[in-house]
Design a binder for this molecule. Sequence first.
Ligand code: EPZ
Length: 417
Amino acid sequence: MAELIIEGCRRLDGSIKVQGAKNSALPILAATILCKDQSVLHNCPCLSDVDVSIKILRYLGCMVNRDGDTLLVDSDTVNNSEIPQNLMREMRSSIIFLGAILSRVNKAKLSFPGGCELGPRPIDLHLKALAQMGVAIEENHGVLECHAPDGLHGAKIALSFPSVGATENIMLAAVCAKGTTVITNVAREPEISDLADFLNACGGRVSGAGESTIFIDGVDTLTGAQHCIIPDRIVAATYISAVAISGGRLFLKQIIPSHLGGVISVFEDAGCSFDFKPDGVMVYAPYRLLPVKLIRTMPYPGFPTDAQAPVMAMCTKARGTTIFVENIFESRYKHVDELSRLGAKINVQGKVAIVEGVKRLSGACVEAQDLRGGAGLVVAGLGAEGTTHINGLKYIERGYEDIDVYLSSIGANIKKL
Ligand code: EPZ
């Protein structure tokens, strides 16, 4: 399996243009199914999760072509309502296609997305909401069969948790449904607003995205549109963590400062400083990081769960103790054992991880177990003396474009084998 080799403890200094957001590209790619003609998506990152989404679109009958970071999707010839098990297994978040397929052809068949590295990934909120919109759902031996014989209709949906995926699935099911849909307690992540912007550009009538209630008036059809995907705030937070642990500085191009609200204060508490410019932000790291007393992962605009592992890696060398509370996923500490192999001192008690900063980390062979945990190992490897081998690069490539190239461009000694 491909691996990364890092010679750590080099000061990083340079600039990086942040890639398009994976978690915005995926639901927007699903949304193209609703358009009976061509959509053009700019700033679409080159990631394995995007590649799987393209395979699913082609399987459903769409024509998809990539021209650099621009994707052309023509969904006029959608002729299938089923996602095969192998593609569902390749990417758990392909459940996001359910609402779009139902909206387009009033039926869908896909295998139940099993759990993943982060623990069980239930979809009860998705299914409960779709049932309220007129979908009959059967689950037989792990296969979900959904039918909406009379088409989808609007509903008043109260989410018991602001689930990102459920919010997106409901938006995709509601945008061409008969009547109005009101969704309360929705996810407020920037990726939700980006999806709403794309749907409205296609002729949809979605309002309230970014707030806690979304209103959707169903329209008859959507026509393809041009759209530029927002920058990836989690990738930005990861590169800030990398520079922070290395005591360097970094100019991050084309980020949207308001999307980093939940993390900037954490990096400032750790001793980093930020200089916001019109086209990006300059980040300065201190010689040695201060501990961040308490970091609790929360739905947006709180501290994002996806940034927990990279920021934890950064905190392993802080001058003191940082406490993490992981409130979103039930097992998102798989990177802790691997960080400990590099010399980190971390004690996990259920949702709580207590990170006691150490003066130095030393290189070792470690194994990525999931996407963001793998990114955390890269951050720690950059701060470790000697050589770190990171196995499981396939996890990291799900969400990070050419991480070795980007980090080498700012002075890291990192190679992909
Ligand atoms: C999205 O996953 C992201 N993935 C995740 O990013 C991110 O960690 C997560 O939102 C939270 O921000 C994509 O956008 C493709 P949720 P999603 O539904 O939609 C529970 C990454 O690293 N839940 O907000 O699956 C669920 O078990 C990935 O890029 C239910 O109980 O997240 C979890 O504990 C990892 N029932 C919590 O809610 C449901 O029906 C948050 O899940 C749905 C969710």
